[in-house]
Design a protein around this ligand. Sequence first.
Ligand code: UFG
Length: 328
Amino acid sequence: MAVLVTGGAGYIGSHMVLELLDAGEAVVVLDNLSTGFVWAVDPRATLVVGDMGDQALVETVMRQHGIDAVIHFAARIVVPDSVADPLGYYLANTVKTRAVMAACVAQGVRHMIFSSTAAVYGTPEVMPVSEEAPTRPESPYGTSKLITEWMLRDAAAAHDLTYVVLRYFNVAGADPKGRTGQSTPNATHLIKVAVQTALGLREKMDVFGTDYPTPDGTCVRDYIHVTDLVRAHLSALAHLRAGGESMVANCGYGHGYSVKEVIDTVRAVTKVSFRADYAPRRPGDAAAVVADATRARTRLGWTPAHDDLTKIVEAAYAWERRLANGPR
Ligand code: UFG
């Protein structure tokens, strides 16, 4: 038995591979290396460089390695990019994911865990947002993930397939042992940008919007440590292998921090009072997005261990310093 991790050379995928290996699982990574790195894949895993949209290849990998579950990360993830290139996003996130599902059905692979996003909710009306909230994505990125959720639901109803959809909130941090981290060049995520500014890799950063209806006027997000996030996938895998039913679950901690609070934390951790200018709102940002995280805890038995913004920032900072000197 082995687990197939698509996108296992990327940020979250490479953490998943480590977590699976550490738990004694055999792991096969399928990645086209468009945004991932060979060095990010632990050598204990088998790396297949190829395209997840190539159903014949996916089926061959499944057969050769005795795959019983797929954890599917491979995707494009930048919201403004998806507005500029919607068809590219539907191809990567929807059409190619259909090929992975079809391969599961053809090869009798019975479990799939799918990386979805809080972006499927759009701007939530009720906070914290639960899985029952209406889904109203505001970008092709969110829509491409939502369509795939529906496809998975329908495929599972028709075939011998069970799934867990995990809707990620704001993933940040890095492996506490320093083995991998967020390495994407030109990343736009707040903690990464702030840590890079503290290191002098950027001259300054911007705070996008200070007039939101939040306690300090800046946007509030639910930042989840990448290690806790991948552990939620391990819980999901155990749930499915034990015969648990298909489900959708939010992955967040259930409380949020403002942009100003994050910047203050990065300044405290790095001891650098880097420049952060107040700037206009960034188009498409919701004022506050915080998970109702009850379901993952109660139905998957997920117990987060790193719910601490300082720890998240420390891990991101340690990784960024290491990256500046060459990751491996
Ligand atoms: N921000 C800044 N300055 C920066 C970068 C970000 O002020 O340089 C602010 C943003 O305006 C936002 C907050 O920090 O208010 C968080 O922004 P991120 O870009 O880090 O993350 P998002 O909340 O925009 O996006 C994340 C994921 C998406 C997912 C979305 C769902 O990265 O993939 O959550 O809510 F779709």
